[in-house]
Design a protein. Sequence first.
Length: 124
Amino acid sequence: MSRLERAPDVVIWHNPSCSKSRQALELLRARGIEPTVRRYLDDPPSVAELTAVVSKLGAGGPRALVRSKEALYAELGGDALEDQQLIETMAAHPRLIERPVVVTARGARIGRPTEAILDVLDEG
């Protein structure tokens, strides 16, 4: 994409108060990509959506997507949860979801470091 244009096949799960999330959005836009921005705290992903993103992330399973240092994680018994329970917990408590997450047809990446999202961009 040579100019900024809507890229419906690129979605960012975004938290505007997070500097890494803002950096990932800036990186996409700097590359001419206007992603679909999903403010996941306001519009939490469903269990099915989380399951699909976990499979697109590859290694690590749902634990790769969870913010395990959040106090809420420990309060909810996070370390003892099975994978499906962890996905259900993230759906019910979206602040446990790591951010930012960029999802494309090529896969999904957590933007930590921000440049990790480049792996799933199709810049042809």
